[in-house]
Write a protein that binds this ligand. Structure first.
Ligand code: HEM
Length: 117
């Protein structure tokens, strides 16, 4: 775990890969009570909402040149501050229970594959 903390470039590569090709593409939710989603649209109780993770993680305002693979945006850009757009693992009380493990696993995989033995 100490080593993973120091693997800043590998972490950036994994975060960018998950942003660019996000495995969970939607976060479906059933509306529990009517509420205005936008000024012109009321979400009705019982409706299924499908917020698009793809759209949120490819927002050009949050991530300029969103279709490009740019791990450096996590190191030198402000990607780390775009917390509202980092919904790869969800964003509410039901967000991913395995997110720390998943990040560690992917980083370890890349690390192992990169080390010459
Ligand atoms: C790259 C790998 C993974 C991604 C992208 C991912 C993504 C997600 C997302 C987006 C959600 C939220 C779904 C929602 O809000 O409707 C979620 C929930 C969850 N994930 Fe993951 N996940 C990953 C790996 C894992 C792993 C490895 C585990 C377990 C070891 C895990 C366990 C869970 C559990 C238990 C929930 C449900 C949490 C709840 O409903 O309270 N995930 N995951």
């Amino acid at each position: 775990m100490d080593m993973l903390d120091r693997m800043k470039v590998t972490r950036a590569v994994v975060k960018e890969a998950l942003r660019l090709r996000t495995p969970a593409i939607a976060l479906p939710r059933t509306v529990k009570k009517d509420f205005p989603l936008t000024p012109g649209f009321i979400a009705k109780r019982g409706q299924l909402l499908m917020p698009s993770v793809w759209k949120i993680t490819h927002d050009p305002v949050a991530y300029p040149d969103p279709d490009a693979f740019k791990p450096e945006r996590w190191l030198f850009g402000d990607a780390e501050r775009q917390t509202k757009n980092w919904v790869v693992f969800g964003s509410d009380p039901h967000s991913c229970m395995g997110k720390v493990y998943a990040m560690a696993h992917l980083m370890t995989l890349i690390g192992k594959a990169s080390i010459e033995r």
